[in-house]
Design a binder for this molecule. Structure first.
Ligand code: MTE
Length: 398
């Protein structure tokens, strides 16, 4: 990074830190660096259908992006979903922040933001999706945050390659997994949010210690001042408020690796017991598409309309999105948007002339470069993960 852009980076980070420090603790989580309120108080939380984020949990802030907002390739940060398992860190002085790199390394390191800014910068446009996205749509219902379709968003994440940082520390051959710890405020008996990823993914040239989102320093909701960014993988892999990176000889053992974020090796029936050894840890995302418009349940007065949405596939790329208006008997190709990057969703659109007035069901189905096709129903599982059912909206043409 050139000296002037390094200065810029630090100035932006300091400005964000000052705003965070100057804000009363109770509200500090609600303010992005611009100082513009993201979510104000409980009473002003927007209701579903209004112009605002959907509040899925207030105790630990969990905000869902309404699908109507899936109309820009990069999600504006105030519209980017938020998933917290516990309280966000209360106070933050970015100058005091340190990232430690230890464990199976030759030379343990402690890096400040200024140290980090001396590594080469790298950006990745990534669609981040919570493994529990769509949980609320599984039947029978399963416990957990009842996400609809909007625990997913896309941003350009920038920072430094985790690989460069790890190489500076020198990973020993015994190092097989890389563990992340965040600075969350852990309430009572809740186990801390610690997870690990295999060393191969940690050394991938697109895995980041990210400090910026869409060109601005991360907001507190999204992990200020630095987070891991593990592209194409479930959101839980991308640890926010990152403070510790530890190279381990084997996968980290803890609640958020097991029993959480695991998927049965074979389809299971509701009520059936699943042994931990019959499950695997979740990694890359599924192939999936979502219709962002027209809205489900809406009445449309038009003789032609454009169906639109987004489609993504984790570590694979989208090959096609198809639309059905006849309950899945026939499928027609949608037009894929020109904005395209490996880990990012593709926007798509489909122009349609309803043959007559009446009720219609519109379905969307994505296919990816691994040959995966979005299924009619997601694979039901006791934790409600990875629901990638074909999307459907019902509309009335008046
Ligand atoms: N990192 C920490 N430290 N604590 C958390 O609760 N939640 C994870 C991940 N990183 C979490 C975290 C989960 S489950 C998801 S889906 C993503 O952050 C969400 O990132 P976002 O809030 O920036 O959208």
């Amino acid at each position: 990074m050139a000296a002037s852009s390094r200065r810029n980076f630090l100035q932006q980070i300091s400005a964000a830190a000052l705003i965070t420090a100057a804000t009363p603790a109770a509200l500090s989580w609600a303010l992005p660096p611009s100082g513009r309120p993201l979510v104000l108080q409980a009473q002003s939380v927007p209701l579903p259908g209004e112009d605002g984020m959907l509040l899925r949990s207030f105790r630990f802030v969990d905000l869902e992006t309404p699908v109507e907002y899936f109309n820009t390739w990069l999600t504006p940060v105030p519209h980017f979903f938020v998933r917290n398992h516990m309280h966000e860190p209360i106070e933050f002085d970015a100058h005091q922040w340190r990232l430690s790199i230890a464990g199976e390394v030759e030379k343990p390191l402690t890096l400040s933001l200024s140290d980090l800014s001396k590594f080469e910068t790298h950006s990745v446009v990534n669609t981040l999706e919570c493994a529990g996205n769509g949980r609320g749509l599984y039947r029978p219902q399963v416990p957990g945050i009842q996400w609809g379709k909007g625990a997913v968003s896309t941003a350009r994440f920038s920072g430094v390659r985790l690989r460069d940082v790890l190489q500076r520390a020198g990973v020993r051959p015994s190092g097989k997994h890389v563990m992340f710890r965040g600075l969350d405020e852990v309430p009572g008996k809740v186990p801390p949010f610690i997870r690990s990823i295999p060393v191969e993914k940690a050394l991938d040239s697109d895995t980041l210690v990210a400090t910026h989102m869409n060109g601005l320093p991360l907001t507190k909701h999204h992990g200020f001042p630095a987070r891991a960014l593990v592209p194409g993988w479930i959101g839980a892999a991308s640890c926010k408020w990152l403070t510790e990176v530890k190279v381990l000889e084997s996968e980290f053992v803890g609640n958020f690796m097991s029993p959480a974020y695991r998927f049965p090796n074979h389809p299971v029936q509701p009520g059936e017991a699943v042994k931990p050894e019959d499950t695997h840890v979740l990694t890359a995302l599924n192939v999936k598409s979502v219709i962002s418009g027209p809205a489900d349940g809406s009445t449309v007065k038009a003789d032609k309309l454009t169906v639109q949405g987004a489609a993504w596939a984790g570590e694979a790329d989208i090959v096609k999105v198809e639309i059905s208006i006849d309950g899945g008997s026939s499928w027609n190709p949608a037009k894929l948007g020109h904005e395209q990057e490996h880990y990012a969703w593709r926007l798509w659109s489909y122009d349609w002339k309803p043959p007559q007035r009446g009720d219609y069901s519109i379905m969307s189905r994505a296919t990816d470069t691994q040959g995966r096709v979005q299924p009619a129903t997601g694979e039901w599982n006791p934790s409600g993960y990875l629901n990638n059912a074909i999307d459907q909206v019902k509309i009335h043409v008046a």
